[in-house]
Design a protein around this ligand. Structure first.
Ligand code: PNW
Length: 465
């Protein structure tokens, strides 16, 4: 096997982060509280009691972080704008200091020759909006469209690529059904309402982006590759339910303008009470996008499991009549996630088969792995497992492209070790090591490897930088 998979000259290599995971400075320059500030204070919500109060201190170190990106040679950097910096209470005019921070970041990136890609929502909902019902309420989608217009108005002239939502599956089900993410709710129907309102929010946000004249707009979904654990009919049915919830309930409305055909098996009687759906919603949700962002980490192998109620007497909106089983022979990352790179190729080709020309060009908006990094005495990290993970997944992307899937770019998750949500600082995804006590950044071996891959691809393409 050659050292690097081969990509066409115009392929865009990038790196990704998100606001709450790296910025810190949560009370500075008028930022209001978000649901993650609140959730982190709940005892037991985050491993080791971590929070994003300081994180990587990126808010004050963004210059240094842009230098790291420039040395890496990436063509694009994906970051998120914190809604509560722009609208501390989720409504009203833009907070100028919040906008200024992102405006300076964008200018620094452009100065370094790096294309900014903005995610508008990477999970930090203003707390005031959650107090009014959060994503359970349709009004939050309207608020999101107003916020989108403010950010697009301020940055739209300089930012070509826009992502409305990051992983709405996580916001709806980890946030409102499983209680693992903010706001930490364990409810029934409201989580399904949240899923729908997130899709409506995407549609309204896309419309606001179009009105502002932005060049490229899309969404980032955490799609997975689902397979049944064996040949038992009940396991095959479990795989259909998992496929519906993880993939189809997002891709069908977005790309085909319909709710998934399998949803009534998945949510049974809950479906009959879906009065949160309105005429015209599907037209709004399925408005054409310029690209589909896919965040990919690991496949799901599932078997049938008995239904579990979250709280006595309440129905769980997340169909949990399936459970994940280990993949035999697959290595697991520090998250416990099995590494099966070929499943990324299969996911991409199956999307192409299902949607044909309705599948827009794809960007892999996140891919990477948490590993048990052990810094050597000199502080360097020889993360050979991460390099193997990245090489194999980039190879799977190249294979899917050879199969005819139009993939335009790839963003490694993540530039920096950072706040890994309910795992706190215990899991490291960065290609740059962060010593949280000193905020010292040390590029890992994977950073050097990725840098060489980018330079090699660039040299092949006749680019100089
Ligand atoms: C994604 N799950 O999160 C996010 O977009 C990133 O912010 C995050 O750091 C990264 O992946 C690594 O976890 C996920 O439980 C969190 O299935 C949880 C799940 C999936 C994605």
């Amino acid at each position: 096997m050659s050292r690097f998979p081969t990509f066409p000259p115009e392929f865009e290599f990038g790196a990704a982060t998100s606001a709450y995971q790296i910025e810190g400075a949560v009370s500075e320059d008028g930022r209001g509280p978000s649901i993650w500030d609140t959730f982190c204070r709940r005892p037991g919500a985050v491993l080791d009691g971590g929070d994003g109060d300081t994180a990587c201190g990126h808010y004050h170190r963004h210059r240094e972080d842009v230098s790291l990106l420039a040395d890496l040679g990436v063509r694009s950097y994906r970051f998120s704008v914190a809604w509560p910096r722009v609208q501390p209470t989720g409504a009203g005019p833009a907070n100028p200091k919040g906008i200024d921070f992102y405006s300076r970041l964008v200018d620094d990136l452009l100065h370094a020759g790096i294309t900014p890609a903005v995610t508008l929502y990477h999970w930090d909902l203003p707390q005031v909006l959650e107090d009014a019902g959060g994503w359970r309420c349709r009004d939050t989608a309207a608020r999101f469209a107003e916020y989108t217009a403010l950010v697009a108005d301020a940055l739209g002239d300089r930012v070509p690529r826009w992502i409305t939502l990051n992983e709405p599956w996580c916001s709806a089900f980890l946030g409102y059904a499983d209680g693992e993410h903010a706001p930490g709710a364990r409810e029934g129907t409201p989580a399904l309402a949240a899923a729908h309102h997130l899709l409506v929010a995407h549609g309204l946000s896309l419309r606001a982006l179009r009105a502002a004249g932005v060049r490229e707009a899309g969404i980032a979904l955490n799609l997975t590759h689902v397979s049944p654990a064996g040949t038992r009919p009940e396991d095959r049915e479990a795989a259909v339910r998992a496929e519906t919830q993880r993939n189809l309930m997002w891709t069908e409305p977005l790309l085909a303008g319909r709710y998934p055909a399998t949803e009534t098996d998945t949510w049974e009687e809950l479906i009959e009470r879906q009065d949160f759906r309105r005429a015209g919603d599907l037209d709004l949700i399925s408005a054409p996008m310029d690209f589909l962002g896919i965040n990919y980490y690991t496949p799901s192998t599932v078997r049938a499991a008995p239904y579990r109620e979250p709280d006595p007497g309440r129905r769980h909106a997340r169909d949990n009549r399936f459970e994940e089983v280990p993949v035999p022979g697959a290595r697991r990352t520090a998250m416990g996630w099995p590494v099966v790179p070929g499943t990324l190729r299969s996911l991409l080709t199956s999307l192409r088969e299902r949607y044909g020309p309705a599948l827009p060009p794809v960007h892999i908006t996140e891919n990477g792995s948490a590993e048990h990094d052990t810094p050597a005495a000199d502080g360097t990290v020889h993360d050979t497992d991460r390099i193997a993970y990245l090489r194999a997944h980039l190879g799977a992307v190249a294979d899917a492209m050879a199969d005819g899937v139009d993939v335009r770019g790839y963003y490694v998750w993540s530039l920096l070790d950072n706040f890994e949500w309910s795992y706190g600082y215990s899991r490291r995804f960065g290609i740059v090591h962060v010593d949280y006590a000193t905020q010292r950044r040390t590029p890992k071996a994977s950073y050097a490897w990725y840098r060489e891959l980018i330079a090699t691809a660039g040299a092949r393409a006749g680019r100089t930088r």
